[in-house]
Design a binder for this molecule. Structure first.
Ligand code: OOG
Ligand code: NI
Length: 462
C-alpha cells in the first residue's frame, strides 16, 4: 500500500487549508490571483534575479497561516498536529507589550526548520496563545471564567491527535489514514456554525477583540492565509486599484534602493462574515463578525544579531523623526533613514556581518595560488560565492500591527505589570517540545556551508 510521507502531508495540508479559506473568504482568492500576477511581472522585469530568494515554484506555492488558541494544552495539541507535518515551534513573540498596540497573546511559528524541507514546501503557521493570567488585560474574576470556558472545549478530536502522533513517530501515514488525518486537521480550522454567546463575546471584546475571537467561541479557525509576493508595493497598488481597501501601511522595512531584508507585510481589512448568536434570552439571531482578513508578504534576507540590532536602531530613528515632524509618510522617512544607515548591496551587507548567507566554492576559482585563510580574502579573491539566506520568521512589531489594524476598538488595558512572565523556555516547558531560535538556525546553516566549502577548497579546519 502506498504511503504519504511528512513533506507530502504538509504540502497537501497547505493546499487543503487554502481551498477551505478560499471558499470561506472569497477575497483571499483575489489576493492569491493578484499575487500571482505580480510575481509574473517581476519575473519578466528582473529575470533570474527575481529568484534570488527562492524559486518561483516555491514562492508561488508559499503561504503562512495564522491561528489562535487559548491554553497551553491547546497549544501542545496543535504542536502535535503540526509535528505530523514536519513543522516545529520556532521563535517566540510576546505581543503583550508590543508598541503601539499590545495584544494579550504570546506567539510562536510552526515551520519546517531545515533548508531542504523549506525548499520543498515552506508552509508555516503563526500561532498565538491567549494569556488570561495577565492582569493588565483580565481581572481575577474574568480570568477564572475564561479559563473555565477554555478548559471545557475541545478543539482537536482525539482521532486527529492519535493520527498525528502516529504520523510524527513513523514519518508517514497510509493513504487512507492520511486522507482521514487531512479531513480532520482541515476541519479543525474551519469556521464553525455554532452560535456565539453574545453576552460573553461582548464582555471579552471590551478587553480585546483578539480575546473575544479566541475565548469567546468554542472552536478555533484559520484567521488568515498569506501568499508571498516578489513586489509588495506593486501588490498594494494593484489591490487598491481593484477597490480592495488595504490597511494604511506596509509593515516592516521601507521600500529602499538596497536588497529586501527581513519581512514586509500588509493586509486588507477584516470582512464582515455572517455568524449566529445566542442572545441573553436564549434565542438565536443572525449577526456578523469582522475577524478574518487577508494578508500578503514579501520576504527578504535574514539579518544576523548585529544586523538586527542595527535594524532596531533604524526603526527607533524613524519613530523619533516622525515624532519630530508628524505628518510625513513613514515610508519616506524610512527610506531616508535606511539609505543613511545601511549598506545597499548584498556583498557589503555580508562583509559587515549584517545578513546571513551560505557560502559555496566558486565554479571558476583562481588557479596556481593557495586560497587565503580568511573569509574576506576568500570572497574578495573569488574563491567563495555567498548566497543569501531568506528570512523564514516573523516580526513582533509587524505582527502586533497586523493584529491591531484589524481590530475595531482598542480595548481596555491597565497600566503596570501583568504578572505573567512568559518566554521561549516557558513555552517549551508548557508544550513539552523545544522551541527553536531562528538566529541559531540561520547561524548553523551558515556554519555548515562554510565547513563544506572549506573542505572542498582543501582548507584544514574550516
Ligand atoms: C496573527 C497576526 C500576525 C503576521 O504575519 O505577522 C501575523 C493573527 O492575526 O492571528 O499574522
Ligand atoms: Ni500573518
Amino acid at each position: 500500500m502506498s504511503t504519504v510521507v511528512t513533506t507530502e502531508l504538509r504540502a497537501r495540508f497547505a493546499r487543503r487549508l487554502s481551498e477551505l479559506y478560499g471558499r470561506e473568504v472569497p477575497a483571499y482568492t483575489t489576493l492569491v490571483d493578484v499575487s500571482a500576477q505580480v510575481n509574473r511581472r517581476v519575473m519578466e522585469r528582473d529575470g533570474a534575479a527575481a529568484e534570488r530568494l527562492g524559486s518561483i515554484d516555491r514562492v508561488t506555492a508559499e503561504r503562512h497561516g495564522a491561528i489562535r488558541v487559548g491554553t497551553p494544552q491547546e497549544l501542545s495539541q496543535v504542536a502535535r498536529v503540526f509535528a505530523a507535518l514536519g513543522m516545529h515551534p520556532t521563535g517566540f513573540y510576546d505581543l503583550r507589550d508590543a508598541d503601539p498596540q499590545p495584544v494579550p497573546v504570546v506567539s510562536t511559528a510552526f515551520r519546517p526548520v531545515d533548508r531542504t524541507e523549506l525548499a520543498r514546501n515552506p508552509f508555516r503557521v503563526f500561532t498565538s496563545m491567549l494569556v488570561p493570567q495577565d492582569r493588565r488585560f483580565f481581572d481575577e474574576d474574568l480570568e477564572r471564567r475564561l479559563s473555565r470556558f477554555l478548559a471545557a472545549r475541545t478543539l482537536f478530536p482525539g482521532e486527529l491527535l492519535d493520527l498525528a502522533d502516529r504520523a510524527e513517530a513513523e514519518g508517514e501515514l497510509g493513504e487512507a489514514d492520511a486522507a482521514r488525518f487531512l479531513d480532520l486537521a482541515t476541519g479543525a480550522f474551519a469556521l464553525s456554525a455554532d452560535p456565539v454567546d453574545r453576552g460573553w463575546y461582548t464582555e471579552l471584546e471590551r478587553v480585546s477583540g483578539v480575546a473575544a475571537d479566541i475565548g469567546g467561541v468554542t472552536t478555533t479557525h484559520v484567521n488568515h492565509l498569506t501568499p508571498r509576493v516578489l513586489d509588495i508595493d506593486d501588490l498594494y497598488a494593484s489591490m487598491q486599484s481593484l477597490g480592495v481597501q488595504m490597511i494604511d501601511e506596509i509593515q516592516g522595512p521601507p521600500r529602499w534602493q538596497g536588497p529586501d531584508v527581513l519581512l514586509r507585510q500588509t493586509s486588507f481589512r477584516a470582512l464582515a462574515e455572517p455568524r449566529r448568536f445566542r442572545e441573553a434570552d436564549g434565542t438565536i439571531a443572525q449577526g456578523e463578525l469582522r475577524v478574518r482578513f487577508g494578508e500578503v508578504e514579501a520576504r527578504g534576507i535574514a539579518l544576523t544579531p548585529r544586523g538586527r540590532e542595527l535594524y532596531d536602531d533604524l526603526v527607533a530613528e524613524v519613530d523619533r523623526r516622525l515624532a519630530e515632524t508628524p505628518g510625513r509618510p513613514r515610508q519616506d522617512v524610512g527610506a531616508e533613514v535606511w539609505a543613511a544607515g545601511l549598506p545597499d548591496t548584498e556583498a557589503e551587507l555580508v562583509r559587515r556581518d549584517l545578513t546571513f548567507c551560505t557560502f559555496r566554492p566558486a565554479e571558476r576559482r583562481p588557479d596556481g595560488t593557495e586560497p587565503p585563510r580568511d573569509l574576506a580574502g576568500l570572497l574578495d579573491g573569488g574563491w567563495l560565492v555567498a548566497e543569501p539566506i531568506v528570512y523564514e520568521d516573523f516580526l513582533p512589531r509587524s505582527a502586533a500591527g497586523i493584529f491591531a489594524s484589524n481590530l475595531s476598538g482598542r480595548g481596555e488595558m491597565d497600566a503596570g505589570q501583568g504578572g505573567a512572565p512568559r518566554d521561549a523556555d516557558w513555552l517549551a516547558g508548557a508544550i513539552g517540545r523545544p522551541v527553536r531560535i531562528p538566529e541559531q538556525l540561520y547561524a548553523e546553516q551558515r556554519a555548515e556551508s562554510l565547513a563544506r566549502a572549506a573542505a572542498a577548497l582543501g582548507i584544514p579546519g574550516g
